[in-house]
Write a protein that binds this ligand. Sequence first.
Ligand code: 5GP
Ligand code: MN
Length: 346
Amino acid sequence: MRNQIHNKYREFLSMIENARNIVLVGHLNPDGDCIGAVTALKRYIKSKFEDKQVTITVPTPFPDFLTFLDPNSEILIHKNSPDAVRNKIEECDLMICMDLGKPSRTENMENLVRECAARKILIDHHLDPEDFTNLTFSFMEVSSTCEITYWLLTECSEGKPLEEDVMEGLCTGLLTDTNNFSNSLFPSTFLMASQLIETGFRIDRIQDLVLNSYSQDRMRLMGQMLLNNMVVFEDLNASLMILDLKTQKKFKYQTGDSEGFVNLPLKIAGVNISGLFTEQEEFIRVSLRSKEDISVNDLSKRYFNGGGHKNAAGGRLFMKIDQVAEYYEESVREYLKSLGTTFEEK
Ligand code: 5GP
Ligand code: MN
């Protein structure tokens, strides 16, 4: 990865140099990696190139715990301001898509992204990326988009340490996509962490901002989910959590409150697949995690209208919330059977 970045970073810099209006695009339901990457890149460009206009656009709002990366609410959210986003995209001469492998991950912005006549760059770590950009930094053997961006900006700075406020964003994605250094780990991941610490950067400060900033309601919702809304299918080594609208209302659910819940059942010995199903008005949002060789990317593509990474994927379902448990159980069983797993008949 770092060699390939080295071979392409000059082209990246010259595309930025030659642009005036740059739009950075993130994905639906932006997470820490997405918001961390776009805010860090915007800060980098603004400090190195004074004459550039840089606008961040995302399809839907992001969780409150990430507002420290956008203290002045500069990020344009398509769901809230569709016209402003359209105008910015139509007038831009460079678009940089981050943490999304295909334009469809921008949901209602998909056509704007596809039809945008500007030159395009992709910085991403998802499986099966679509070839829709002029310059692509797409690597899967890496923790996060923030890590790719770190190596890219380090090349651009010829090895000099990045500014503190750029590292802030990049560290956020490193922490959230690795689930605080517990998955998606590569040698380069720890090298990045090590280099950050070497500059005097306080990773523990970002850990506190990102990981220890729950609201009381969110903490109690987590207790409810574990106590009453989780089912373990022991024969399948799988677990299921359902976050229905009623529970959301009871605990004053806000975007991002369920961040990390899907990882919790994997702490149970023997559980290798975890599914979290969040009821929304139009569909059910699916979040899947797995251990080792089980690919929830494949599982999601086959049964849950989505995809992602091997051990972390998402998707959506169009059914009633009380049909989910049976559908999930049967889908996982069928999927495991297709891998050659055998079960005793129930
Ligand atoms: P999460 O469970 O955190 O929402 O998503 C896990 C991973 O799966 C993320 O990397 C995300 O980009 C990807 N993902 C989530 N939802 C979808 C989806 O609907 N389609 C695809 N292709 N990927 C998704
Ligand atoms: Mn990511």
